[in-house]
Design a binder for this molecule. Structure first.
Ligand code: ZN
Length: 312
């Protein structure tokens, strides 16, 4: 009976998905552009390796290197919603205020419910719910969302570096100890990327959401790094007590992804899933899956992610 209910639910999801795809197409036509312009795709050869566990970030939390990680293991994400002073009002994200959905997008603590389909609340813990479901129970993502109102309007900043530094400073007023957000260490061993559940002095993942694309922000709607340059190997020390940094680029200890085109929950979630997807297995765009060109909406029910990442 339970299986039947699941089947019915799955069909419901499929139908919802096609409706969602229609909306995604609108977004694409509206010009969703990701920093990885090249749509031909350019893969690390490690993607075809049997032991593939992620490109720049781990795709599962149950393994630390080649052994099991502790049962408490999670992949932590800081979500920060950023607006310039004087940005426009939006009913989902009022001017000068956090988005209305700030506290309903990610679980703060890990669920130990072994039924991964129901482990996280799909309405109030959506990222945690989404990643655990597409990984079929292997990727626990938890974290917290914050709101930052910048001190100046968009034209008051000279660079995205300057904006980021103000964001990290304001985040530091709320996050004093950054250790909960540095859980993973990546190491290249014999050409194979391995992820260990150990601290490496770099924040694991920040979803940086700008309310709009303005000022010195790169004129792209999303990219899998925190400044304009994917090869930006610079970093900023944010936790002096624990020596934890935020890295700006894609590879080389990058600490996050950026989207900057919408106030809306739905669009931001799709785009963030897409950008995070680049960190799993692709630094270019492909035809199917979470990193297809556009916001990646079709990855919602694609089998590409679980199959390619060996989570199938
Ligand atoms: Zn992309």
């Amino acid at each position: 009976m339970k299986k039947l209910i699941r089947k019915i639910f799955f069909i419901f999801i499929l139908v919802s998905f096609f409706r969602l795809l229609a909306v995604s197409t609108c977004v694409s036509q509206h010009g969703f552009e990701c920093g990885f312009i090249d749509s031909s795709g350019s893969f690390s050869s490690s993607i075809f390796d049997n032991q593939f566990t992620g490109l720049t970030k781990p795709i599962r939390t149950d393994l630390s290197g080649d052994t099991s990680s502790p049962s408490s293991a999670v992949f932590p994400v800081i979500i920060v919603f950023v607006q310039f002073l004087g940005d426009n009002d939006d009913w989902q994200w009022p001017a000068g205020q956090p988005p209305l959905y700030l506290d309903s997008i990610i679980a703060e603590t890990k669920s130990y419910n072994s039924d991964w389909w129901d482990a996280y609340d799909e309405n109030t813990e959506q990222f945690s719910d989404y990643w655990l479901e597409v990984s079929r129970g292997k990727f626990h993502v938890t974290g917290k969302a914050f709101s930052v109102v910048l001190d100046k309007n968009a034209n008051g900043y000279a660079s995205d570096h300057e904006i980021n530094i103000e964001i990290w400073r304001k985040l530091h007023e709320e996050i004093v100890d950054w250790r909960p957000y540095d859980r993973w260490r990546d190491t290249l061993i014999n050409g194979q990327m391995k992820f260990y559940y150990e601290q490496d002095g770099y924040v694991d993942m920040i979803y940086k959401v700008h309310k709009n694309n303005d000022g010195p922000l790169w004129d792209e709607r999303g990219y899998a790094h925190l400044t304009q340059y994917r090869w930006d190997f610079s970093y900023v020390l944010v936790d002096t007590a624990n020596q934890i940094n935020i890295g700006n680029g894609f590879r080389g200890k990058g600490s996050g992804v950026t989207v900057s085109f919408s106030s809306r929950k739905f669009h931001n979630m799709l785009a963030l899933q897409h950008e995070h997807g680049h960190c799993f297995y692709a630094d270019g765009h492909i035809t199917y899956g979470k990193v297809s060109y556009g916001p990646g909406g079709d990855g919602w029910s694609s089998h590409f992610f679980p199959v390619k990442t060996k989570n199938g």
